[in-house]
Design a protein around this ligand. Structure first.
Ligand code: 13P
Ligand code: SF4
Length: 331
């Protein structure tokens, strides 16, 4: 098994938040970061953080960071005993399904997702009856029960590859209608979808982006594929949160609009010091339930532990492992 490297040391001489948060805030954060790092070492725990976490979490206490696909891989590979998921509930559930022997904690159980709320396992069974024989691919932004009812999962970074890997003429691609539209534009496979949407990305409009272009000639616009198609039509690049980060750090554009959650620009700014990040951005209220304070409490009190019914977990694991095998060289 691969072991993911973990850095739990905290050295005040090379402060992890130097230049990232104001000094006055660092004075408040220092004892919290020190507590978290001590607790991680005592408990052999890691903090895995999604790209939408605030910079104090992302740079201050996260051991491993990334998009949904990277988080799933890290959860499967880390040799820590405890995983604290600094992300939303479906991400913690995915970690537990892939690492059933580990203790997985979510600092706030209310950290949900509008996409995960939009579809049930019964909905999937009804769709299967309407489209007999068509494989079902669900976004990882779903409950364990929904994953267990599917054939395979995908994330925004591998959705097109996963759909193409199925070798089917028609795929039920659920529940994000906008990601489905994006995938349909990149493949010859017929895509059947559902009316789910991300409450953060569906609020952007193509018109507002067109106005940014008019008032900022030369600006680069990059968007997450959960955005509606008129937004994606205005974008110079479409990709997952990590793909967006890579795009900006590789190119270091003069001005960029990252059409996604607000913390992305804050985190990427560190690696692109000369880039001006123009807003709009929208805040995900679920991601923002995770704070540096409740991460410390999670580690202190070992709360809130994520449990998945073993029968459901077995079905969901099969769908997740089918996804993780896509693109993996055959041995
Ligand atoms: P990524 O997999 O691109 O990180 O997306 C997760 C998510 O919830 C975006 O809204
Ligand atoms: Fe769900 Fe959207 Fe928040 Fe991501 S940004 S967790 S898809 S509501």
């Amino acid at each position: 098994m691969t072991t993911t490297s973990v850095s739990t040391s905290y050295d005040s001489a090379t402060h992890p938040l130097e230049g990232i948060v104001p000094e006055i805030e660092r004075a408040i954060l220092d004892p919290i970061i020190a507590d978290i790092n001590r607790l991680k070492a005592e408990r052999n725990a890691v903090v895995i953080a999604h790209n939408y976490m605030t910079p104090d979490i992302f740079y201050g206490v996260a051991d491993l960071r990334g998009d949904s696909l990277q988080l799933a891989r890290m959860a499967a590979e880390t040799d820590a005993d405890i995983i604290v998921m600094a992300g939303v509930h479906f991400m913690a559930e995915t970690a537990k399904i892939l690492s059933p022997e580990k203790t997985v904690l979510i600092p706030d159980q209310r950290a949900g997702c509008s996409l995960a709320e939009s579809i049930t396992a019964a909905d999937i069974e009804a769709l299967r009856a309407q489209h007999p024989g068509a494989p079902v691919c669900v976004y990882v932004n779903t409950s364990a029960e929904v994953k267990a009812a599917a054939d395979i999962t995908c994330t925004s970074s591998n959705a097109v590859d996963v759909v193409n890997s199925l070798g089917a003429e028609k795929v039920l691609f659920l529940p994000d209608q906008y990601l489905a539209d994006w995938v349909a534009s990149q493949t010859d496979v017929e895509i059947v979808t559902w009316a789910g949407a991300c409450e953060v990305h569906e609020r952007f409009t193509g018109d507002e982006l067109a106005k940014y272009r008019t008032s900022n000639p030369g600006v680069q616009i990059i968007a997450h594929p959960e955005c509606p198609s008129d937004v994606l039509a205005e974008a110079d690049f479409v990709g997952s949160t990590s793909a967006m980060t890579k795009w900006v750090t590789d190119r270091q554009p003069e001005q960029v609009v990252m059409v996604t959650e607000c913390s992305m620009a804050d985190n990427v700014a560190e690696a692109a010091p000369d880039t001006e990040f123009l807003r709009p951005c929208n805040m995900c209220p679920h991601m923002k339930r995770i704070t540096i304070h409740n991460i410390r409490t999670a580690l202190e009190d070992l709360q809130h532990e994520v449990h998945v019914d073993p029968a459901v977990a077995a079905g969901a694991r099969a769908a997740l492992e089918a996804m993780l095998a896509v693109g993996r060289p055959r041995s």
